[in-house]
Design a protein around this ligand. Structure first.
Ligand code: MG
Length: 255
């Protein structure tokens, strides 16, 4: 069921967006060569406790997960692109790291993801991150009243195709509200003018993710982490936005 939020409710959702943005910003600042992924998770966990927020991940146990997630942060490194379960892994020079974080503040959820390179970047990784970010912006710009879900999907896919990337539609954007995942689903590929007509008050996460040379993924033996079939690297960028009569409002915008 698709739920619409009143302008007052969207105001109430802003602290969650600001908090999630602050965690992503902090993680991007501290992530560096030599840092353990478990330390990043602990930093996010400490910020949750300090803020009195609630993790959306720690007890998360959907049909595709082997067991409850158990951490508050997804850390996907190199050929891992989504749902990366933080492990005892120390970041190496040139690693492509994607962090994905969702939390609830005052009963409202926000969800955001960012890819960065730690240490010396490879040009191709910077380009993949850049294109994924451009796809996110294109998707956000298409999230206007009167457009349809297919317009967001087509905008994302257009950027990816122009860059020669393949698109996997198994995982994509979603409604956000009291819980992390709601209707509608927002695939990262689709046809303009198709699907649900966007209305003011719809709050959604838009989350393009792409791999260098494949659209195929497999689940790591940890039961969560999704890796590319050919071990090429991936990038993932996500914001939670509210569709308003004045255009899309990015709840998880980073200062
Ligand atoms: Mg997310």
């Amino acid at each position: 069921m698709i739920e619409l939020r009143t302008p007052a409710q969207i105001e109430q959702m802003k602290p969650a967006g600001e908090f999630v943005a602050s965690v992503i910003t902090r993680l991007a600042e501290v992530a560096a060569v030599g840092m353990n992924l478990l330390e990043l998770d602990e930093i996010a966990h400490a910020m949750i406790r300090e803020r009195g927020a609630e993790s959306c991940y720690i007890d998360y146990h959907p049909s595709f997960g082997a067991s409850p997630f158990g951490k508050v942060l997804c850390t996907s490194v190199n050929d891992a692109v989504l749902h990366g379960l933080p492990h005892d892994y120390v970041l190496q020079d040139g690693d492509l790291l994607s962090v994905d974080f969702a939390a609830s503040v005052d009963g409202w959820v926000s969800d955001s993801a960012l890819s960065i390179v730690v240490g010396t970047p490879r040009d191709e990784d910077l380009r993949l991150i850049e294109v994924t970010g451009q796809a996110l912006i294109a998707g956000i710009n298409a999230a206007t009243v009167g457009n349809r879900i297919g317009d967001i999907s087509a905008a994302i896919a257009g950027v990816a195709r122009d860059a020669g990337l393949l698109i996997n539609t198994q995982f994509g954007g979603h409604g956000v509200g009291r819980t992390m995942h709601g209707d509608p689903h927002i695939p990262n590929d689709g046809r303009p003018g198709r699907g649900y007509k966007l209305k003011a008050g719809l709050v959604i996460a838009i989350e393009p993710w792409f791999l260098h040379t494949t659209d195929q993924i497999f689940t790591d033996p940890d039961g969560w982490t999704l890796r590319s079939a050919d071990h090429s690297r991936g990038a993932h960028m996500e914001h939670t936005i509210a569709i308003t009569d004045d255009g899309p409002y990015v709840l998880t915008a980073r200062g």
